[in-house]
Design a protein around this ligand. Structure first.
Ligand code: NI
Ligand code: MN
Length: 231
């Protein structure tokens, strides 16, 4: 199950564990239907330090007791606020009961909301025996993406930013999907703010004309990642 919470935030349930990605909810007027206290994640994965990704992670971790997973610098920042956090860094993997998380490079920038150094921005590839997916975070198109199919199991889908201005646009995301050898892309980082509003039909067409599937998820909707039907 994959649930879209707006902007770059997703709740993904894997082997009974809830993984919450980049929870920017209370600051996103489009996500006002989401109740953060109902999310109850086991883990909160933070791609980089920007406010639209760190978002409500502290409050959600305090409510749920979730463990934050991020880079070393962001782990320290959460740790200093009394939140349980695990550090990893680019190229490294951590094993959990739900699967393996590998931290991969993102071409972006990062500073934490209070100005603290956020280290390098990242993406995550997560897999287990039945699923493999890439959460790119905020990133430009990058040759580094070609390393993913060389070093990780074949991806079932990739969550890629498509909103332009701060990240890749749709056309670069099509190239990114080639680089990481995936045919199903879930769009993220679009429509939240005026500069990243996109033309949905044009975006869908850019993928369909290369015989790939783009999912433009609806905020609050849950999807089956095999069929991409709404649950
Ligand atoms: Ni960012
Ligand atoms: Mn962002």
């Amino acid at each position: 199950m994959l649930k879209f919470l707006g902007h770059s935030s997703f709740l993904i349930e894997l082997n009974g564990k809830k993984l919450l990605f980049d929870p920017f909810i209370l600051g996103n007027p489009l996500a006002e239907s989401i109740r953060i206290e109902e999310l109850r994640p086991d883990y909160i994965l933070i791609s980089h330090g920007h406010g639209d990704h760190v978002g409500d992670a502290i409050a959600i971790a305090q409510q749920s007791g979730a463990t934050v997973i991020s880079n070393y610098e962001i782990m320290n920042w959460f740790d200093s606020k009394g939140i349980k956090a695990l550090a990893m860094n680019q190229g490294g993997k951590l094993s959990f009961d739900f699967g393996i998380i590998k931290m991969v490079s993102a071409a972006h920038s990062a500073v934490l909301p209070d100005g603290s150094y956020g280290g390098h921005p990242n993406g995550f590839v997560i897999w287990n025996e039945s699923l493999s997916f890439y959460f790119a975070g905020d990133t430009a198109l990058s040759m580094e993406m070609k390393l993913i199919p060389m070093s990780c199991p074949k991806l079932d889908f990739a969550i890629l930013p498509i909103g332009d201005v701060f990240t890749m646009d749709v056309d670069d995301a099509v190239l990114a999907s080639d680089f990481c050898e995936v045919s199903t892309v879930v769009g993220a980082h679009f429509d939240t703010f005026p500069p990243i509003k996109i033309d949905h039909n044009k975006a869908l067409e850019s993928f369909s004309k290369v015989n790939k599937k783009l999912i433009l998820p609806e905020i609050g909707a849950q999807y089956n990642w095999n069929t991409w039907e709404k649950l």
